[in-house]
Design a protein around this ligand. Structure first.
Ligand SMILES: Nc1ncnc2c1ncn2[C@@H]1O[C@H](COP(=O)(O)OP(=O)(O)OP(=O)(O)O)[C@@H](O)[C@H]1O
Ligand SMILES: [Mg+2]
Length: 501
């Protein structure tokens, strides 16, 4: 079986790098900047720390070796003085004294003397000539003074070897480097700690710097959210002279200006069209009234045509009226007339007013007002609330045989502020999940409306409801009613004398 051809190296590398790169990109910009600052600080402290350690250890060790060499050569004089008097063929007299004296003369930790084939050590328990590095011994044996660092019993040492060829002697001075080693350890520890602190500081500086750098972006993001929410008067304040940020501010504001212009132009257009349609419509309606008054004189076919025309005209009139109302809130010219009203009374009155305007009579719904709302007053535009209730009751009458229950309950909203939730329930077919968002869009008509034939309704009713509720500072929604059917809810803030936000 043939092996699969190996993936090209760059593709394999790409595969290995993909996961960390993706994880890195998933981090927020701020986290990445912080990470880069910390990494930069770490690299810099590793570099600086490494260089400092190298230079310091190089200097200290070199210094120590130079001192050792000087001392060993000083000791050489003492060796000569002692050994020159030894008769040929004799060993070192009182060897311990000689090597101990050498220690004293040089300051070495241990002195090793090789004389006429015998080695003497000032501390033969711990150091013998065999412990010295072979390379060092060979060089001294060959007549060259030499130095070598080595480790003995886990302790760093430096040995200096000095030949005395005329006396057939070699002298080695061994210096313990443990204190130097300790100093270098402490230095390394201090550098590592310093590096860690620098890395941490780098991260903190990165976090602060990125926070400052991203502040304008946060402002842009907040402004964009406000614009998206419909607050088209939002603009960014040019608080800085920084040319990059000024450019961003100016272009953002120019974009919102244009957006606002365009939206206002569109809204004015719809408003102008609706206005322009009103007078010919009135003329047509008047003419139709005259014709209807003489309907008895018309042929059955002409009468039928007149009826169809009448139905369509009323639908058209209603649509123009609704469009006009909608465009008024679009252009911001919708007026609010706020009144302080009793919550329960408002609901009861709106239901009975709504029931009176229904195109086809249906049984009235049961009304339930939570006793908690008994003494609650609201500051609200009553006419708008009545329009909302009339629309919901009309829909219930058209699509569900009439509302069965209207309930008003207190409830905190998502931010915990006090609200009144008015629910209009029916036992009709309900609103399918897929339509629940769309039914509040303009001109959207759902499945149940389709079933009733295309001639009634325009799909503007709930869009107007949503608009009125928005102006009242509330929220509108739809869900399933407890026993099946639709339950439309209108959540109004209980501002109790304050302006609704
Ligand atoms: N109580 C209800 N039960 C079931 N579906 C409903 C109910 N109320 C509204 N709908 C659905 O929501 C759609 C949108 O309602 P909306 O009131 O906006 O328009 P419409 O009633 O079709 O026309 P109009 O502009 O004349 O009110 C309706 O076409 C219907 O499909
Ligand atoms: Mg409707």
């Amino acid at each position: 079986m043939a092996d699969a051809p190996p993936a090209p190296a760059d593709r394999r590398l790409h595969r290995y790098l993909r996961a960390p790169v993706a994880a890195w990109e998933r981090l927020g910009l701020r986290a990445r900047v912080t990470g880069l600052f910390a990494l930069g600080a770490l690299l810099l402290s590793v570099l600086m720390g490494g260089l400092s350690y190298y230079a310091t250890s190089h200097f200290l060790v070199g210094d120590r070796i130079n001192a050792a060499i000087k001392e060993a050569f000083a000791g050489r004089a003492a060796v000569e003085q002692r050994l020159v008097v030894v008769p040929p063929g004799q060993p070192v007299p009182n060897e311990l004294n000689v090597v101990a004296d050498l220690n004293a003369a040089t300051g070495a930790t241990t002195s090793v003397l090789y004389f006429r084939g015998t080695a003497y050590s000032s501390n033969s328990f711990t150091v013998s000539i065999g412990d010295l590095p072979e390379a060092l011994r060979a060089m001294v044996r060959a007549g060259t003074p030499a130095t070598q660092t080595f480790v003995l019993n886990n302790q760093p040492q430096v040995a200096v070897g000095v030949p005395l060829p005329t006396l057939d002697a070699r002298y080695f001075a061994i210096f313990d480097l443990a204190d130097l080693d300790h100093t270098l350890h402490v230095l390394a520890l201090a550098l590592v700690l310093g590096g860690l602190v620098t890395t941490l500081l780098g991260g903190v500086v990165g976090r602060m710097a990125s926070g400052r750098a991203l502040r304008p972006l946060s402002a842009v993001s907040r402004a964009a959210v406000a614009v998206a929410r419909g607050d088209l008067d939002t603009r960014l304040r040019a608080t800085t002279e920084d040319p990059d940020l000024r450019g961003l501010t100016l272009s953002f504001n120019a974009m919102v200006d244009q957006l606002q212009d365009r939206i206002e132009r569109d809204a004015r257009f719809a408003s102008d069209v609706s206005h322009e349609l009103r007078s010919p419509l009135t003329t047509i309606a008047n003419t139709l009234n005259v014709l209807e008054a003489h309907a008895a004189e018309l042929s059955p076919r002409a009468r039928r045509a007149l009826e169809l025309l009448g139905a369509d005209l009323r639908r058209f009139e209603r649509m123009v009226a609704e469009l006009l109302e909608m465009s008024r809130s679009d252009t911001g010219s919708a007026d609010m007339s706020l009144e302080v009203v009793d919550a329960g009374e408002l609901v009861r009155q709106s239901v009975s007013a709504g029931m009176r305007t229904l195109p086809t009579p249906v049984p009235p719904p049961a009304i339930w007002i939570d006793p908690v709302l008994d003494n609650v007053t609201l500051q609200v535009d009553k006419r708008r609330f009545e329009r909302v209730m009339a629309n919901l009751l009309e829909n219930a009458a058209l699509y569900a045989g009439g509302a069965t229950r209207v309930a008003a309950e207190p409830g905190p909203d998502r931010r915990g502020r006090p609200t009144m939730v008015v629910a209009v329930e029916d036992h009709g077919p309900g609103v399918p999940l897929s339509e629940r968002r769309r039914i509040f869009e303009r001109f959207y008509r759902g499945q149940v409306a389709g079933r009733r034939g295309a001639s009634t309704g325009t799909g503007l009713g709930l869009a107007l409801v949503a608009e009125h509720v928005r102006l009242l500072g509330g929220l509108v929604g739809v869900e399933d009613a407890p026993g099946g059917g639709a339950r439309f809810t209108v959540e109004l803030p209980i501002t109790d004398g304050e302006e609704p936000s």
